[in-house]
Design a protein around this ligand. Structure first.
Ligand code: MN
Ligand code: MN
Length: 457
């Protein structure tokens, strides 16, 4: 009876029960991941960290006039916010490449261009939220400021304040419950407004004249960075949660952190690629920007920057770009929703991804009637999942939630537009898009093994 059960029934295994995925191995991989989470909270920081690591592993900036051979390692940074890492394969470029795409932007609060004002005895920065957030989650927690200020003469000033213990943090207040009667009767989505997400940046007036709080903040900024109020117009600053990634649970099996989505796929796929030596097919790892706002913009995956890089790579080998695309395969590596028993109503428990069951292979995404989906072919799903089985990768299937609850899209449709076969594979996530998301270490490690296996395709 038990053999019949094994033969006929399907059950996704536990991510700890596949080979080479004991807790110590998983845990030590995740220590590196936690450092990445802490040091790469924005797309610019993720690209900088990845470029530095790639250079130590022998990657050089791509030069379209160069000739390359199997085993050569190059990178192409797209305006400091996107990145492509490539290791040339032994097979010709017309045989296609194994490509992973993960995004390195995350939901956050962008600082408006004219942010600084004072009211009620405090100085504030006005914000405009980036990506899909539940606004009420972003109040009453310590925030750090990250980004750049570009001065009129082109000088770039990197800003990162609130991450070190000895640095100040920033804060958005909320109404006390004692007088929050009317607020608490509002729907979650409107109790806190976008225009209400104002970050406290100062409280000690310079003197008793007008604009004394603004001036105090500006003089602190001027002292630290040499900037004026006008320079904030040409800045890209954002507020992100200030805390570091931490282990969760007595057994330390989970990680709580800002920005898992989508460092949780970006980091493992980068690690797997950096370890690629003389692969059969060319292997490519893309870090994309702007996914959280629709993948538009010159650094988003819909930008021709990525397509142009791939076609320049083909030209270095005198390979036909269209043939390269038609023979390439892509993992759209992005987070999936983990079944959350506390909100079980929102899920189809028979078609959900579960914690510690490995990466989620998602044939289709989209909203309601699969709107906006790429929908991977059954052929590709079979090819990828049999590869994962062969290579001991813990994997499962899972939809975001119930059919009528909503849904989401990924970059899969944008990759498919290039005539590249693509399927979504990622890590299941709790509290997605909240300031502190939750992921399982075993699932993070499964993503690393999935990318390692995929690069051997
Ligand atoms: Mn994502
Ligand atoms: Mn997202």
């Amino acid at each position: 009876m038990s053999s019949l059960r094994e033969k006929l029934l399907y059950k996704a295994p536990c991510a700890y029960s596949v080979k080479d995925a004991d807790f110590d191995t998983v845990n030590s991989f995740c220590e590196g991941y936690k450092s990445f989470l802490n040091n790469a909270k924005t797309e610019r920081e993720a690209v900088a960290v990845a470029v530095a690591e790639a250079e130590t592993m022998g990657f050089t900036p791509f030069d379209r006039n160069n000739t390359y051979k199997a085993g050569d390692k190059v990178y192409f940074a797209n305006r400091s916010k996107g990145l492509v890492l490539a290791v040339m394969g032994k097979q010709g470029m017309e045989n296609g490449a194994n490509i992973t795409v993960a995004h390195v932007d995350s939901p956050r609060l962008d600082i408006k261009q004219r942010p600084l004002y004072e009211d009620g005895g405090l100085a504030y920065f006005k914000t405009h939220y980036y990506g899909g957030i539940k606004k009420y989650q972003w109040t009453a927690l310590p925030l750090a400021l990250h980004g750049v200020i570009i001065k009129k003469d082109g000088t770039k000033i990197d800003v990162c304040i609130g991450e070190r213990e000895d640095e100040p943090v920033f804060y958005i207040s909320d109404l006390m419950p004692h007088i929050g009667g009317r607020q608490s009767e509002k729907p979650l989505g409107s109790a806190i407004t976008g225009e209400g997400l104002n970050v406290i940046v100062g409280s000690v007036p310079l003197d008793e004249e007008s604009d004394a709080l603004k001036l105090a903040v500006l003089s602190a900024l001027n002292e630290k960075y040499g900037v004026t109020e006008a320079d904030l117009i040409t800045a890209e600053l954002c507020a992100v949660p200030a805390d570091k990634a931490r282990d969760v649970g007595f057994d330390r099996g989970l990680i709580v952190s800002y920005g898992h989505d989508d460092r949780v796929c970006a980091y493992p796929s980068m690690k797997a690629l950096l370890e690629c030596d003389s692969p059969e097919r060319t292997c490519i790892c893309i870090f994309a920007d702007k996914e959280e706002t629709g993948s538009y913009g010159v650094t988003g995956v819909t930008s021709a920057a990525y397509e142009n890089f791939l076609s320049a790579l083909c030209r270095c080998f005198d390979a036909d770009f269209a043939t390269f695309c038609a023979n390439s395969t892509c993992l759209s590596a992005d987070v999936g929703g983990a079944y959350d028993a506390c909100y079980g109503d929102a899920y189809d428990p028979k078609n959900s991804a579960y914690v510690n069951k490995g990466v989620v292979v998602t044939k289709y995404t989209g909203s309601r009637g699969k709107s906006g989906t790429s929908d991977a072919s059954a052929e590709l799903v079979a090819k990828i999942t049999s590869l994962f089985d062969r290579e001991g990768v813990a994997w499962q299937t899972g939809e975001y939630g119930k059919v009528d609850e909503g849904g989401a899209g990924t970059v899969a449709k944008d990759i498919a537009r290039l005539d590249i076969e693509v399927v979504d594979v990622g890590v299941p996530m709790f509290s997605m898009h909240s300031p502190y998301e939750l992921a399982s270490k075993a699932d993070v490690f499964a993503m690393y093994k999935a990318a390692k296996a995929f690069y051997t395709l």
